[in-house]
Design a protein around this ligand. Structure first.
Ligand code: ADP
Length: 236
């Protein structure tokens, strides 16, 4: 569960109130789009959720952790409860697709036997079962992002945060990326996707949180143009 209670973030350096009295609750298993213009506070919100930044006022709870009270020693375990998908993919260029996904499992000390089974499973899920031996440079942007999603999901985190995941790929393929995130959401993982692509949001619908100048100006479900249900759990 993700909960922000009366959260303010003030950046002394710029004198900006990046978030103002933000109250958001996202239950386990939800799929939520976060939208807003540049400077609205989206990145700041994500930094709160990953523990990179603390609120100036208010409280932030993520996956059962109170972020402000999180001890440094608990940070790695907390971070592991979140899978991140980045706009610029952040794959390791010298590693194959298989190795990129296996790497995050090795970091958390998963046994070799588990890794040998888990990596093909998640690559199959993102429809890249036959690309394990390829290097990122040999893949299209859409394929790279599918590896990014496989990597985020490999450790089976309760929450996936996708920060503009379609920002660097062919707009036609953006829909596939959201569909994949929705498939993963159907497996029970909470997904929070930040985007400024209104078309995508209008197409899929579901719960939309709109930030404007640091304030939540809309938080509700909308019907998408696709036949997806408003909960984001329906079939396309
Ligand atoms: P978005 O991701 O929606 O573009 P941000 O969260 O990056 O918005 O920024 C919200 C506001 O906070 C902007 O006015 C931005 O200039 C300011 N801001 C963001 N990060 C910092 C920072 N590290 N120091 C000072 N001001 C910042």
């Amino acid at each position: 569960m993700v909960e922000l209670k009366n959260v303010d973030v003030f950046y002394k350096e710029s004198g900006v109130d990046a978030l103002r009295d933000v109250n958001i609750r996202i239950n386990d298993g939800e799929f939520v789009f976060i939208v807003g213009d540049s400077g609205a506070g989206k990145s700041t919100l994500l930094k709160l959720l990953t523990g990179e930044h603390l609120p100036t006022k208010g409280r932030v709870f993520v996956n059962g952790y109170n972020i402000a009270k999180l001890k440094k020693s608990k940070m790695p375990k907390f971070r592991r409860s979140i899978g991140m998908v980045f706009q610029d993919f952040r794959l390791i260029p010298g590693m194959t697709v298989f190795e990129n996904v296996a790497f995050v499992l090795r970091v958390v000390d998963k046994p070799k036997r588990f890794i040998r089974q888990r990596v093909p499973y998640v690559l199959n899920l993102v429809k890249l079962a036959d690309r394990g031996k390829s290097y990122p440079s040999q893949l299209s942007g859409g394929e790279r992002q599918r590896v990014g999603i496989a990597r985020a999901f490999a450790t089976d985190p309760g929450l996936i945060i996708a920060d503009e995941p379609t920002g660097n790929i062919d707009p036609r393929l953006s829909y596939e990326i959201v569909e994949l995130l929705m498939d993963i959401n159907r497996c029970g993982t909470t997904v929070i996707m930040v985007t400024h692509e209104h078309d995508l949001v209008q197409y899929f619908g579901g719960r939309i949180i709109n930030l404007k100048k640091g304030k939540v100006v809309f938080d509700d479900f909308i019907a998408g143009r696709s036949s997806a249900s408003t909960s984001g759990e329906g079939e396309k």
